[in-house]
Design a protein around this ligand. Structure first.
Ligand SMILES: C[S@@+](CC[C@H](N)C(=O)[O-])C[C@H]1O[C@@H](n2cnc3c(N)ncnc32)[C@H](O)[C@@H]1O
Length: 250
């Protein structure tokens, strides 16, 4: 069975994938194979930073981020040795205010949705800018394989409250979680100062965290409660991340 067939064979049956996938499907190759199969035409990638999705030559991508490259370099000094993609559109990727409805063939958002204060609104915005039949290419880090493993999975109820009441209700709590998981600060006074600092510079933390199965659950709850007009075309564990392909309409 060739590599692409192997991937497709695994659609919607991810239970046994982490071990298998990590043996024969390097993260980058898998991302590209899936991009080649599902992406064509004109679209946007949100938060590509130093790791844009490789796409085929007949595919045109405009890059969206919340700040220009000069500011991103300040925000992420640890990425100094990497080239960051040039930003075509400075916009809040959660609302995509500057992108018109029904204009894009695809939206790519890899390791972005966990940085969203309101993931439900972010996905609704992505579907808003897509043409009918357009594709969302979404990858999330699986918290079991990174520093987020000590955090509780974000429940759908939590996300629904963030969406209905506004994400400021839980913002500070998420910075406290991040200070513990990423900065590993346990001293309460130091943690308090760190939280104040990070909130002051609007640092882009992981507000919410999932494993592959809780993310799949999120997609089904989203479909049931907020946004019925989409299909899940692919759902795949790709080493320490999970990739899903969503299609607008039927
Ligand atoms: C972890 S990086 C993702 C890097 C890359 N896509 C990858 O797969 O490795 C998260 C990116 O999302 C961007 N980002 C975070 N919040 C955003 C927002 N509200 N609007 C637009 N971009 C945002 C960050 O600036 C950064 O470029």
């Amino acid at each position: 069975m060739n590599l692409l067939k192997k991937i497709l064979h695994r659609v919607m049956s991810f239970q046994d994938l982490p071990t298998e996938a990590s043996q024969d499907l390097p993260t980058g190759i898998t991302r590209k194979l899936i991009a080649d199969k599902y992406l064509s035409g004109n679209g946007i990638e949100i938060g590509a930073l130093h790791n844009p999705l490789p796409v085929s030559k007949n595919t045109a991508v405009r890059y969206v981020d919340r700040m220009p490259v000069s500011d991103l370099k300040t925000h992420y000094p640890e990425l100094a040795r990497y080239n960051l993609v040039d930003i075509d559109i400075v916009d809040d990727g959660e609302s995509l205010h500057t992108v018109k409805n029904d204009t894009q063939d695809f939206v790519i958002a890899n390791h972005f949705i966990e940085h969203c204060k309101n993931p439900i609104a972010a996905i609704i915005s992505m579907f808003r800018v897509l043409k009918s039949g357009g594709i969302i290419y979404l990858a999330i880090p699986d918290k079991r394989y990174n520093f987020d493993k000590i955090r509780e999975n974000t429940s759908f109820d939590h996300l629904a409250i963030d969406h209905r009441q506004g994400p400021s209700v839980s913002k500070k709590k998420h910075f406290e979680e991040w200070t513990l998981s990423w900065n590993q600060i346990t001293d309460p006074e130091k943690a308090k100062k760190r939280v104040e600092y990070l909130m002051g510079i609007d640092y882009s933390i992981h507000y919410h965290v999932w494993t592959s199965d809780t993310f799949l659950d999120f997609l089904f709850c989203l479909k049931k409660e907020f946004l019925s007009d989409f299909q899940v075309l692919l759902f795949l564990q790709n080493e320490d991340e999970c990739i899903t392909i969503l299609k607008k309409g039927y």
